[in-house]
Design a protein around this ligand. Sequence first.
Ligand SMILES: NC(=O)c1ccc[n+]([C@@H]2O[C@H](COP(=O)([O-])OP(=O)(O)OC[C@H]3O[C@@H](n4cnc5c(N)ncnc54)[C@H](OP(=O)(O)O)[C@@H]3O)[C@@H](O)[C@H]2O)c1
Length: 260
Amino acid sequence: MTAPILVTGGTGTLGSLLVPRLREAGREVRVLTRHARPASDGTEYVACDLLQGDGLDEAVAGAETVVHLAGGPKGDEIATRNLAEAAKRAGARHLVYVSVTGVEGVPIAWLRSKLASEQAVADSGVPWTTLRPAQFHSLVLGIAQKMAKSPVVPAPGALRFQPVDERDVADRLAELALGAPAGLVPDLAGPTDYTLPELLRSYLAAAGKRRPMLPVPMAGKIGRAYREGLNLAREGAARGTRTWESYLADHVAARTPAKA
Ligand SMILES: NC(=O)c1ccc[n+]([C@@H]2O[C@H](COP(=O)([O-])OP(=O)(O)OC[C@H]3O[C@@H](n4cnc5c(N)ncnc54)[C@H](OP(=O)(O)O)[C@@H]3O)[C@@H](O)[C@H]2O)c1
């Protein structure tokens, strides 16, 4: 019998797509979550808050491969350091980390924390692989839905994105987790680049809504980084195959006009 693969964040958007792929490849999976639950479909759940570390050694014990997807708005570098140290103590042979495109270029706190997490993985002493995917379709859809609540939608025209389908990210991650440690691999972006207004317009059209858009400038160091495209994937990036348009078609129902 092969050792289980530990997946932190296995209950999240990406994790819940990755876990079945690893199961289909015949692997036992152990999911680390803050909320204990009974095992199901060959997947075991172990309770641990990565920011606290209680139960972490037990969670990592016996796992040769650790895939780290858990993340939140704050403290990612602490959670990652705790996990990386535990993986080293347990003798894990492969630590896989999911970062994000633009992590080196855009000076915002969350990206700094992702970069520090990448470093903690690289310094862990456990052979590692790090993938930087672009923003997931589900995240971009959530942003578009929130922005469309405003009667006039502020849209910085210089802001570009390369949204990628989380199923494409899960496919790639499964391949990486089942393979040998590979260091920092090429980024993974979606098939097409868009400006933010283009993404918003396509969302509004799919939802059958009309909103005027207000072009807004992006100021400061962060604005400059976005204008220069430093949030985008590095050269040589792989491209997913599932498009933003097909995601919209599957996830957004157009509002039928009210009957007169
Ligand atoms: N969303 C995007 O567009 C995007 C783009 C590029 C990279 N990424 C990266 O991809 C990874 C997965 O993202 P996602 O969107 O799938 O995340 P998500 O849906 O927000 O799920 C977050 C996961 O993290 C776990 N978690 C949060 N805090 C934790 C803690 N202190 N201890 C243990 N577990 C904790 C949660 O588990 P429980 O609630 O069960 O405890 C949950 O499974 C993250 O590292 C994210 O930075 C995301």
